[in-house]
Design a protein around this ligand. Structure first.
Ligand code: ACO
Length: 327
């Protein structure tokens, strides 16, 4: 049996904020953001629009394109760093209800920005094991809602959005989900985190502020980690799959910072043109960034069935991972 990505969808908030607009309220500039990250614009979800709302919009498009209804789904895996509620209930369950996916199990998967890659391999294995026939993966992130707008080191980097795919059994081998590498290095847990609000560092009445609960990142530590693991993942995935870079149509990396990919491409001697980027328009949307990029490629006709696409990601955990799909 073969398992493949049957269809794809995404949701991007309408509110488009340029670097120049951001620099009106923050001590930053278009020149700094572009030269340090490649980011030019981010999309920001309106107040009141939740992670589950964006997930539902992306999921509906993927279902429609896949010729399925919500009732055909056996499982919903939602990846996010910004759930509707802290800890529980899972945002996946909220999405299940909003979609009317009454036959589906639902759970959240927390693997930072690598969430989509972890979810693809898990969905594939659920189908191979006979647990499910159709799995919805939806990666939805409201990062601007957990950003500390007084911290220019992080606030300029993130955007909101959602991407969704339907993973199904296939009767032929034209399209498939192939090798995956899923890894973590928890010694880096505190370099990228939301510190306050869990059991280790609880809220303190009258003391905890919003910014204490916001996203914190040691940018340089993450940068070094990201260059190293992106390089290793691409090399190892090609080796394990017995493929050369010429067999791959696109590398679609987690869209965090163009400099990370430039450095990895240089180390691997792979032309930068092999990498698909759209971080210029959407900034870093964490686990949603890869399915948002794939959806854009699909809509622009940049990939066709049978093309081999290599995905890589890294993020909070620290987690990292990659997979090769035959689109
Ligand atoms: N605007 C203007 N100046 C700024 C800004 C800003 N937004 N942010 C920092 N600066 C200044 C600093 O204050 C510093 O000034 P100083 O030299 O006077 O002290 C200077 O710019 C350089 O700062 P650095 O932190 O050294 O800048 P660096 O070149 O390391 O770039 C960056 C910072 C872009 C965050 C980089 O470290 C990076 O990309 N790290 C990885 C980030 C990443 O990938 N995160 C996502 C991973 S996980 C996820 O997706 C959730």
């Amino acid at each position: 049996m073969n398992v493949y990505i049957r269809s794809i969808g995404a949701y991007i908030p309408e509110n488009r904020v340029t670097n120049d607009e951001l620099s009106k309220t923050m001590d930053t500039s278009d020149e700094w953001i572009k030269s340090h990250t490649g980011i030019e614009v981010r999309h920001i979800a309106a107040d009141g629009v939740t992670t589950s709302d964006m997930a539902v919009s992306a999921a509906k498009l993927a279902l429609e394109r896949g010729g399925l209804t919500a009732e055909d789904l056996d499982m919903i895996i939602l990846t996010t760093a910004t759930p509707d509620y802290i800890g529980f209930p899972a945002t996946a369950c909220v999405v299940q209800d909003k979609l009317g996916a009454k036959n589906a199990g639902a759970f959240d998967m927390v693997a930072g920005c690598t969430g989509f890659i972890y979810a693809v391999d898990n969905a594939k294995n659920m189908i191979l094991a006979g647990t499910a026939k159709h799995v919805l993966i939806v990666s939805s992130e409201s990062l601007t809602k957990i950003s500390n707008m007084e911290d220019r080191d992080t606030a300029v980097l993130f955007g909101d959005g959602a991407g969704a795919v339907i993973v199904s059994e296939s009767s032929n081998d034209e399209s498939s989900i192939e090798n995956a590498i899923l890894k973590s290095d928890g010694s880096g847990a505190e370099v990228l985190m939301r510190k306050i609000g869990g059991v280790k560092y609880p809220f303190e009445d009258g003391k905890t502020t919003f910014n204490d609960t916001a996203l914190y990142m040691d940018g340089q530590a993450v940068y070094k980690f990201a260059v190293k693991v992106n390089t290793e993942l691409i090399k190892e995935l090609l080796e394990r799959s017995n493929l050369s870079i010429d067999d791959i149509s696109w590398i679609v990396p987690h869209q965090a910072n163009i400099r990370i990919l430039q450095a990895a491409a240089k180390r691997l001697r792979i032309p930068l043109e092999k990498f698909y980027f759209n971080l210029m328009e959407y900034a870093n949307t964490s686990s949603a960034s890869i399915p948002i990029a794939l959806n854009e490629m699909y809509e622009k006709g940049e990939m066709k069935r049978g093309d081999k696409i290599l995905l890589t990601g890294f993020g909070a955990g620290l987690t990292y991972g990659g997979t090769i799909i035959k689109w």
